[in-house]
Write a protein that binds this ligand. Structure first.
Ligand code: ZN
Ligand code: ZN
Length: 483
């Protein structure tokens, strides 16, 4: 029995092939029939004339590691057409085993599907990776910044990658050691690691920051060369020029890991603070106007939000570097920034590469974001912005290619079975949208704003959202690799 027919939609099936117009019939969790279903009985019909029907988008890099525990509705993602999020990118490990985490996620009955990578600690222990992969992790991830100064980390990573391959999950998602002037070397390092272990590489949020701006072509050439010589290499990217960092990330690496109280204590030493200000000046140069305070740890610092470090410094009659040190000393290491450190043409170039998939690198939020200050607009706008800004605006690629980048491509990278395409037998993870109007509305000043042009979002055959309104369906599943 057909439970639902989506009628007369323009179908962009996720594979990259041209669109065609017909009906899609759903039975239970899956797509049952594609074709003229006007004479078939169905419990429910939704008129989709003039709209585009595509596989639900896959956020291959979500940082919803904590979010599913606090708010499993995933409003900012679901409303943008996302039906699956991957967690555990950038080396974000789980406190529990992969099995326990996935069972806990299933227990929360999320509105969308959640799959996970196994985030490696600085020095992964033997056996760990095998367990994680056997329990359903889709691959492993790490943060090369953490590993770079840790003795034994390189060898341990190499062993972990081999372990992942042997466990049948040959995917390595890497947050590079450096996205600035050292980004080309950092990318080579990750590609080498993948090649030696014979695993696929997903380079997380590929980009060229600060003084490396303009070098996107060289990064893509490196990935192309690796692919040509047999290493499956991919990148993910978000469609924004501002990175979302911690202010403390500007400090020398040895200060990144200090607990908050220790950090503030260290900054209380006037001589040290002065030395640090010099180092910061050397690092940031004249870019202080591009770094804006995004969020702060408490209400008392709220007036800093939305202000650039340069403006804050001017008001306090300090140098920008001294102002940054002062903010850290007073408010601590949780202060987050938007840093307009990327180049718009680079972003478009990277997004357009055939091996680039889309990842928000941001957790989901409700409209009341619950933070002191602002979340990055990419938490709300990433997927719709691809259509509004890069398909219709810059014409960097067409809508069919945009859909492929968000659906069958990540499904292939992660080995997500029976998802990412519209075909009989596939899970009915579906988004129906207006290709002429789909766009993001989230801005840096007002990030908590839903995208427009998205009509319906179905997860496992159930309508989870219609015209921006959540239904009560919570049909998402905890996805296990191989399951
Ligand atoms: Zn990262
Ligand atoms: Zn990330």
């Amino acid at each position: 029995m057909i439970s639902l027919v989506l009628e007369r939609a323009r179908i962009v099936d996720g594979t990259g092939r041209p669109a065609f117009t017909t009906d899609v019939g759903i039975a239970g969790k899956r797509i049952a029939l594609i074709g003229d279903l006007s004479h078939r009985d169905a419990h429910r019909r939704i008129d989709c004339r003039g709209k585009t029907l595509a596989p639900g988008f896959i956020d291959c890099h979500s940082h919803d590691e904590q979010r599913w525990q606090s708010d499993s509705r995933f409003v900012s993602k679901l409303s943008a057409g996302v039906t699956t999020v991957i967690i555990g990118n950038c080396g974000r490990g789980s406190q529990q085993s992969v099995d326990a985490t996935l069972r806990a996620i299933a227990h929360e009955r999320p509105t969308l599907n959640v799959g996970m990578l196994h985030g490696l600690a600085a020095v992964p222990s033997a056996g760990d990776v095998r367990d994680a992969c056997e329990q359903g992790a889709f691959g492993i991830s790490d943060d090369r910044r953490v590993a770079r100064d840790t003795p034994g980390a390189q060898a341990a990573l190499a062993a972990a990658l081999v372990e992942a391959r042997e466990a049948g999950r040959p995917l390595y998602a890497a947050h590079l050691r450096d996205y600035g002037t050292g980004v080309e070397d950092a990318l080579d390092e990750a590609l080498d690691g993948a090649r030696h272990a014979e695993v696929a590489l997903l380079c997380e949020h590929l980009g060229a920051r600060d003084r490396a701006r303009g070098s996107a072509h060289r990064l893509l050439e490196r990935i192309d060369r690796a692919r040509a010589s047999g290493t499956p290499a991919y990148a993910d990217c978000y469609p924004y020029v501002a990175t979302w960092d911690y202010l403390r990330d500007l400090l020398p690496p040895q200060l990144h890991v200090l607990p908050d109280a220790r950090l503030r204590e260290t900054l209380n030493d006037p001589a040290f603070a002065a030395t640090l200000a010099l180092a910061l000046t050397a690092r940031v140069g004249d870019r202080w106007a591009h770094i804006t305070i995004a969020s702060v740890p408490g209400e008392e610092w709220m007036d800093l939000c939305g202000e650039s470090i340069e403006d804050i410094a001017r008001a306090r009659r300090l140098s920008p570097a001294r102002a940054a040190v002062e903010i850290l000393r007073a408010a601590g290491g949780a202060v987050r920034t938007f840093d307009r450190s990327l180049d718009e043409d680079d972003v478009a170039t990277i997004l357009a590469a055939e091996f680039t998939t889309i990842g928000s690198c941001a957790p989901s939020y409700a409209l009341d974001t619950g933070v002191y200050g602002m979340a990055h607009p990419r938490a709300f706008g990433t997927f719709a912005r691809i259509f509004g800004r890069y398909v219709r605006g810059r014409r960097a690629f067409d809508a069919i290619e945009a859909v492929r980048k968000m659906t069958s491509l990540p499904a292939r990278i992660f080995g997500l079975r029976e998802r990412g395409t519209i075909e009989p037998g596939a899970y009915a993870d579906i988004v129906v949208f207006d290709a002429e109007t789909i766009a993001d509305t989230a801005t840096y000043a007002r990030p908590a704003s839903l995208s427009v042009g998205i009509e319906h979002v179905l997860v496992n055959g159930q309508v989870a959202m219609s015209r921006g309104e959540l239904t009560n369906e919570r049909a998402g599943e905890a996805l296990r690799a191989g399951g």
